[in-house]
Write a protein that binds this ligand. Structure first.
Ligand code: TRP
Length: 342
């Protein structure tokens, strides 16, 4: 059986590389999430075989209101589709719909060392932030993430800086398991994109844009009204030089240039040319308008999609069925190799 599987795989010429990624449904998405990750998901769909999920199992590592969690999960699913994630082109589902994620996570947790988990900076950050609830799931979070990726034999994972350490650990776990049981998992590579933008806070551009910032003017939500977006850009921090150019020490302007570049496709030189002799007011208005032009059509589709929750559920269900088929091959193989009765 295993031999036949291998031959079949080899017989397919130029198989597309497979990508896996997931986003936690932990509330509203920001412009940073959009330009840094979501837009990238959309771009990858044509070139690769993409498998995407909402990471709702990961979300419960911090306390969630059940009703809100469910709502956030469906909303995220709709928002991503509205952004261009196309269930016809990729496999898209909710992590909780495919039990093999939890099953493999358990097995992998026995191949993950306490010391390794202790060194994860996200664990250290989150346990400092949620000191009243440092649960075991928060600690073993990377084993579940490894399961997400290894279950689908993903070749590549697009990750931002904050998830790089988790991907490294995933590779370590995969290699360790392969070392004991022979080739079982594809060892995934990080997929670094040239196009992903790193969007900083509008009020403190030394920090990443974050929706958990106490001042709502520091971030743009994907669902913010156009007027709100314009207002937030108008109050963005700049400097006293009044010259639109990318340079050290001009973090506020650099951030706005990065955003403008990501939305218009212009490079920094072209942006400097466009705004030579103009003030920051003009520039901020242009940035706001460019962002509105990106987000407004998504917002329209998003509202439309949310009118039909049944359709969204059906799409996720179909995605989960496709995902389960791929996942089953891996989890069956793992159980067999480990010696677990199936
Ligand atoms: N931990 C990731 C985050 O918070 C989300 C995630 C879960 C993920 N499983 C994944 C990302 C697998 C990439 C691959 O951003």
């Amino acid at each position: 059986m295993e031999n036949i599987e291998k031959i079949e795989e080899k017989a397919v010429p130029e198989k597309k590389k497979r990508i896996f990624s997931a986003i936690q449904p932990s509330g509203q998405m920001t412009l940073g999430n959009y330009l840094g990750a979501i837009r990238n998901w959309v771009a990858l769909q044509d070139e690769f075989e993409c498998i995407y999920a909402t990471a709702n199992l990961h979300a419960i590592t911090v306390r969630q209101d059940p009703k809100k969690l469910k709502e956030n999960t469906t909303n995220l699913f709709a928002l991503l589709i509205a952004s261009g994630v196309d269930p016809e082109k990729c496999v898209f589902f909710h992590q909780s719909q495919v039990p093999a994620h939890a099953e493999l996570s358990w097995v992998l947790s026995t191949y993950t060392q306490f010391g390794e988990l202790s060194r994860m900076t996200q664990f250290k950050d989150k346990s400092a932030k949620h000191a009243d609830n440092i649960n075991a799931g928060l600690f073993t979070y990377p084993s579940l993430m490894a399961a997400d990726i290894l279950l689908y034999q993903a070749d590549m994972v697009p990750v931002g800086a904050d998830q790089k350490q988790h991907l490294e650990l995933t590779r370590t776990i995969a290699e360790r398991f392969n070392g004991v049981y022979g080739n079982t998992f594809v060892v995934p590579e990080p997929y670094i994109t040239k196009t992903a933008a790193r969007v900083m806070s509008l009020l403190d551009p030394s920090k990443k844009m974050s929706k958990s910032d106490t001042n709502t003017k520091s971030f743009i939500l994907m669902v913010d009204e156009p007027a709100t977006i314009m207002k937030k850009f108008r109050s963005a921090v700049t400097d006293s030089e009044a010259s639109v150019r990318y340079a050290e020490g001009k973090d506020g302007i650099n951030n706005l240039m990065e955003i403008y570049s990501a939305c218009t496709g212009l490079n920094f030189e072209q942006i400097e040319d466009e705004f030579r002799g103009k003030g920051y007011g003009d520039f901020k208005t242009a940035v706001g308008e460019a962002v509105v032009a990106q987000l407004e059509p998504i917002q329209v589709r998003y509202k439309e999609l949310l009118k039909d929750k049944k359709y969204l559920d059906e799409l996720a269900q179909k995605g989960a069925e496709s995902a389960s088929k791929i996942a089953k091959r891996t989890i069956d193989k793992v159980y067999r190799k480990v010696g677990l009765v199936r």
